[in-house]
Ligand binder design. Sequence first.
Ligand code: SAM
Length: 249
Amino acid sequence: MTELDLLIDLHKNTDRQGPGSENDTLKALDFIPISGNKDLVVADIGCGSGGQSITLAQNIDAQITAVDLFPQFLDELNKNAQRLGLQEKITTLEKSMDDLPFEKESIDIIWSEGAIYNMGFEKGIKKWKEYLKPQGYLAVSEITWITSNRPKEVDEFWNEAYPEIDIASNKIKILEENGYNLVGYFYLEEDSWIKNYYKLLEDKFDSFLTEHKHSETAQNVVENYKSEIELYRKFKAYYSYGFYVARKE
Ligand code: SAM
């Protein structure tokens, strides 16, 4: 199995593939004035197995297109939607986020939790704006510095892993320079990282290694996650996912 197959396998049977929570999704949704709006057109981009697509479907009157590059996650989402009786509200689409088939100005809300980094924040918000109706909303979570200064170790790690990481005020400036008005911002608390994501991954490490016969690649995958988790535990005061909710001008 390739490293990518193993990563998908490790993440497949969990509600989320990154930090977040039902509360975070609802908190971001609260910034969007949707009361009374029916049949909203929503896209959830980089949905994974669709933790947030399910929350959205349970809380708004909408048709949600949940997009991901990997069919293994979409299969999970379809099963969960079916189990919860939400299959009429969620349609899955296997596509890359930089090659979406949406028509211009056709979408009311673009949602994306912990995924826009695959395309890059600035490139993503620019491209996706075309699909939003005028006054449509964008809700994205993205790795963000919480403080202006931080220890060299964590600064170097993240600048190497994702050079677009920045403080929230600079991310907001990018949104404003690209035709969005910010309507809300918050960052994810520790539970959204540890309890809802890292702890669940940690609980799977042993069975994952056994299943993959302790192959070198499987061991590397686990070691990389252990380092990432240790980094978070040590430096959680300096970074988190920022949740940005903005309206297209
Ligand atoms: N939104 C989910 C969540 O919060 O649980 C998943 C977040 S996970 C960190 C990032 C997701 O982006 C994965 O499901 C991955 O398959 C998807 N992804 C990666 N590259 C992509 C691409 N080019 N187009 C669409 N989805 C992509």
